[in-house]
Design a binder for this molecule. Structure first.
Ligand code: UD1
Length: 367
C-alpha cells in the first residue's frame, strides 16, 4: 500500500531544504516505490521574493495545500498553523509528517501531527545554539522533543541527540539537504542586476545579510552595526539584500553611503552567485554560513552562538559576536590575506536527500 508523507515548508530557508527531498521522492516513485507526498505550504512567508521565486527557480511543484497563515506574532503564527494543519490531517491523515529546519512552521506542524498520532521526521534535527532568546532555538528543542526520526547534518547533532536520551536507531546521519540544492544549482547561478549596474568584480565586494531580531529590531544597534560594517570593509562595495523585517528598521535609521548597494531579498540563483564571488560574507543567518563554507568563501557571523559549529571548526566561518566593534580585527585578517581556507563537513556531498528517502522507504514501506 502507498504511504503518504506530508512535507512541510513555510519560510524561505525551508524551500531549499525541501526541494531536493521532493526530487528524491519523485525518483523513488518512478522506480516503483510506494512513498507518496503532499506538499503543505504554511504561508508563513508569502511574498514572491520570499517564497514564489524559490518555488520557480528550484522547480518545487505548487503546494497541494496552502495554509495561508501570513504574518503575526510567534504565538499567532504557531496557533494559526496548528489549527489549519489539524483540519488537513483530520480530513486526510498521512503516514508521516516531515519537517525541516527550525522555523515556526516546523514546530507548529510537528506538534499538530504528533498530537494526532502521526509520526514526525525532522530534517536538520539535533542542532542547538544554546541561546533561548532566539525563537529558532525554542522551535528546535520543542520539535526534537516530539520527533520520531532524526535526519542529521553533523556528528555534533548526533551526539546532542544521544546525550538527550534519543536511541541510536532513531538517528540517521545523512548530511545536509541545503547543500544538495547548492551543489545541484551551482551551474545555474547567475548575476543579479546590481552586478553590472555597480560594475562588481569577483573578490572585490562584500555581501551583507541581517535579519535576527537581536541585530535589527533596535534602531541604535542596527545603526552602529551598519556604520562599523561600512567603515571596516574599507573602499569595497557592500551588497545588502534586505530582509522585510530589516527594511522597516533600515528605513527609520536612514543609513546612506555611496558604497552601500541595497535591494529587496534576492532570488536563490542570484543571491548565491553573489556569495560565490564575494570577498567575504557578513551575516547573522545560519544557513548562509553553511553555503559559504561549501563555496569556500570567508564568512563572518554577527552572533554570539551558532547551532552549526562545524562551519567554524571545519569551514570558513568565524563567530564575531553582536558587538560591531569586534568586526575590525577579523576584517584586518581578511585584508591581510590570512583567512583560514576551510574544508567541507562530512556528508555535505549533495546526496543527503537520497539517503533520507532510502531510510524513509525502509521505515515506512514495510510497516
Ligand atoms: C523567519 C524565521 C527565521 C528565518 C527567516 C528567513 C522563525 C521564527 N523565523 O524569520 O528562522 O531565518 O524567516 O527569512 O520562523 N514578511 C514579509 N513577507 C513575507 C514574510 C514575512 O513582508 O513573505 C514580514 C513579516 O510581515 C514580518 C517580517 O517579515 O514583519 C518577519 O517575518 P517572520 O516570518 O515573522 O519572521 P522572519 O524574521 O522572516
Amino acid at each position: 500500500m502507498n504511504k503518504l508523507i506530508d512535507l512541510i515548508a513555510g519560510a524561505r530557508p525551508n524551500f531549499m531544504k525541501i526541494a531536493p527531498i521532493i526530487g528524491a521522492l519523485k525518483a523513488a516513485e518512478a522506480a516503483g516505490g510506494k512513498l507518496r507526498f503532499r506538499l503543505i505550504h504554511t504561508g508563513q512567508h508569502y511574498d514572491r521574493n520570499m517564497s514564489g521565486s524559490f518555488f520557480e527557480q528550484l522547480g518545487i511543484p505548487d503546494p497541494d495545500v496552502n495554509l495561508e497563515v501570513g504574518s503575526g506574532t510567534q504565538a499567532e503564527q504557531t496557533a494559526n498553523i496548528m489549527v489549519r494543519y489539524e483540519k488537513v490531517l483530520l480530513e486526510k491523515r498521512s503516514a508521516l509528517c516531515l519537517v525541516v529546519g527550525d522555523v515556526t512552521s516546523t514546530m507548529a506542524c510537528a506538534i499538530t501531527a504528533q498530537k494526532l498520532g502521526v509520526p514526525v521526521a525532522h530534517v536538520e534535527g539535533g542542532i542547538r545554539s544554546g541561546d533561548w532568546t532566539m525563537p529558532e532555538e525554542i522551535n528546535r528543542m520543542v520539535t526534537d522533543a516530539i520527533t520520531n526520526y532524526f535526519f542529521t547534518t553533523s556528528e555534533v547533532a548526533n551526539a546532542t541527540l544521544r546525550h538527550s536520551g534519543v536511541s541510536a536507531e532513531r538517528i540517521f546521519f545523512v548530511g545536509n539537504t541545503m547543500i544538495d540544492t547548492l551543489l545541484k544549482q551551482l551551474p545555474r547561478f547567475c548575476p543579479p542586476s546590481c552586478w553590472s549596474e555597480a560594475s562588481l568584480q569577483p573578490g572585490s565586494y562584500f555581501v551583507l545579510t541581517l535579519h535576527r531580531p537581536a541585530n535589527v529590531d533596535d534602531d541604535a544597534k542596527l545603526k552602529a552595526l551598519m556604520e562599523c560594517v561600512l567603515r571596516d570593509t574599507r573602499d569595497l562595495p557592500v551588497v545588502f539584500p534586505v530582509h522585510p523585517r530589516t527594511a522597516k528598521s533600515l528605513a527609520r535609521i536612514g543609513v546612506a553611503s555611496p558604497k552601500l548597494i541595497t535591494s529587496g531579498p534576492l532570488p536563490y540563483l542570484e543571491f548565491n552567485y553573489l556569495v560565490q564571488h564575494a570577498k567575504a560574507v557578513i551575516t547573522d543567518s545560519g544557513g548562509i554560513t553553511e553555503e559559504a563554507t561549501v563555496l569556500g568563501v570567508p564568512c563572518m557571523t554577527l552572533r554570539d552562538t551558532t547551532e552549526r559549529p562545524e562551519t567554524v571548526t571545519i569551514g570558513t566561518n568565524e563567530l564575531i559576536g553582536t558587538d560591531p566593534a569586534e568586526l575590525a580585527p577579523y576584517l584586518d585578517r581578511l585584508f591581510a590575506g590570512e583567512w583560514k581556507s576551510g574544508g567541507i563537513p562530512p556528508l555535505w556531498d549533495g546526496k543527503a536527500s537520497e539517503r533520507i528517502v532510502g531510510h524513509l522507504q525502509r521505515l515506512l514501506e514495510n510497516s
